[in-house]
Write a protein that binds this ligand. Structure first.
Ligand SMILES: [Zn+2]
Length: 135
């Protein structure tokens, strides 16, 4: 059974993240659905409900990531850990190129694929925000 993240802790996670999804950098301000404090190492895998194991995630990333800790790198077919927002730097693993989030490392590629960051609706929304200077 999943523990609920207490409100005060969830607020700290949200503030630390600057109200952006820590996986794909979407801003809460331009979404109609609430972002949540995601367990980076899921509770299924005994991840604790502590700040160092929580990241703000949009519902799309959160749903796709689920309890996954790893995925298959689409380029190499190798089992690869997912991006860890507390231990790794987003800029070392991802770039935004013409609106697409592109993984520039095995971790980045695998996380983009698992979270389906370039699904058509998400790509379209990101391109519109970029065009408006809001991403
Ligand atoms: Zn996201």
């Amino acid at each position: 059974m999943a523990d609920r993240v207490p409100d005060g802790l969830a607020d700290r996670v949200r503030q630390r993240a600057g109200n952006r999804c820590e996986y794909y950098r979407a801003q809460q301000a331009f979404q109609f659905v609430s972002f949540h404090a995601d367990h980076i190492v899921s509770q299924f895998h005994q991840g604790p409900t502590l700040e160092e194991n929580l990241a703000l995630a949009c519902p799309a990333c959160n749903n796709r990531k689920g309890t996954n800790l790893a995925g298959i790198d689409p380029d190499t077919g190798e089992l690869t850990p997912l991006f860890h927002p507390r231990k790794q730097s987003w800029n070392e693993h991802f770039r935004v190129i013409e609106g697409r989030v592109v993984g520039i490392t095995a971790v980045g590629r695998t996380t983009v694929w698992v979270c389906d960051m370039n699904a058509p609706k998400r790509l379209d929304a990101r391109r519109r925000l970029i065009a408006a200077g809001l991403f």
